[in-house]
Design a protein. Structure first.
Length: 302
């Protein structure tokens, strides 16, 4: 049945890498087969390692994420993020494994991936009280402090260009269950990003009937790592659900920021009143075709 098929496909995809590991093992190196064969947590889908025997080094978005997270570890500070596996990254994997009490074999498999995500998802981006000033040329700022536990709904803040508080609104930044910030449809990434007001999405049930705000690109923190091209389409929007009441929790999103319908309308009305224009919705078109009018700051506070 489908789960079995997915697992078989996963193991088949590992065969080329495992062959290299076995060949190196024959030359005296030891690798943990459980580490190599375990199904990896999102966003990783393959074993990563450095090998001088490989015809081409492994590369891709997963390597970029791996190197970024390793660079946050005290065991490999300042590791260069290249998007391509190299000897330095292999050494960094081994050092991280050693620091966690894992088998130090340089193979980035399930156990190491889980440990790295648990240790270094936090990007250390800060914005004390949301009061870091808005760069010149932007008309508004949205600041949202979040918890590591995204089941906790929080309060977002809308500021004008001179940091006058214009509105407070409830917010939920929980993605699909079991998916972290680095996964498609996972939790909304933390960090600083460019933000812009777009015309409504076509499905009011999922997005509400009002204009939405779109995270255009990241400037700091996990947003800088992910937006774009690893993730895209992260919006501040609402929804229309029959029977839902403001006293109820909001539903999880596919990685966006949810707020109440009345607040989404209020945000739209306020932005128009301070001169923000509603851009025609580009629906994820890259590069973004307009000059963003705002910024968004999402900070993990615990």
């Amino acid at each position: 049945h489908p789960p079995h098929s997915r697992m078989v496909s996963h193991y088949i995809s590992l065969l080329p890498n495992l062959l290299i590991l076995l060949l190196e093992g024959a030359n005296g190196d030891h690798y943990d087969s459980v580490e190599a064969l375990g199904e990896l947590p999102c966003p990783f889908s393959r074993v990563l390692f450095w090998s001088s025997a490989a015809a081409e080094p492994l590369s891709g978005k997963d390597v970029t994420i791996l190197q970024t997270l390793l660079s946050r570890s005290p065991s490999s500070p300042g590791l260069e993020v290249t998007g391509t596996m190299n000897r330095e990254t292999g050494v960094a994997i081994t050092s991280f494994q050693s620091s966690c009490g894992l088998l130090s074999d340089g193979v980035f498999g399930n156990n190491t991936a889980v440990a790295l995500l648990n240790s270094h998802t936090y990007d250390e981006y800060t914005d004390p009280g949301g009061l870091n000033p808005i760069p010149e040329g932007f008309l508004y700022k949205v600041y949202i402090p979040v918890h590591a536990d995204r089941n906790i709904e929080v309060t977002g803040f809308l500021y004008s260009a001179n940091m006058t508080l214009l509105h407070k609104f409830p917010a939920r930044l929980h993605g699909h269950p079991g998916k972290n910030q680095f996964c498609t449809s996972g939790n909304t990434p933390t960090g600083l990003g460019l933000f812009d007001l777009n015309s409504p999405e076509p499905d009011p049930h999922l997005y509400g009937p009002y204009p939405i705000n779109r995270v255009v690109s990241g400037l700091k923190g996990n947003m800088k790592l992910l937006l774009p091209p690893i993730r895209n389409g992260i919006l501040l929007h609402t929804f229309e659900i029959k029977g839902w009441k403001p006293s109820m929790p909001m539903q999880n999103s596919a990685g966006c920021i949810h707020t109440h319908p009345t607040d989404q309308k209020m945000i739209w009305d306020i932005l128009i009143s301070i001169g923000v224009k509603v851009r025609e919705n580009p629906f994820g078109e890259l590069p973004y075709p307009f000059k963003p009018q705002g910024i968004i700051s999402i900070v993990q506070i615990d």
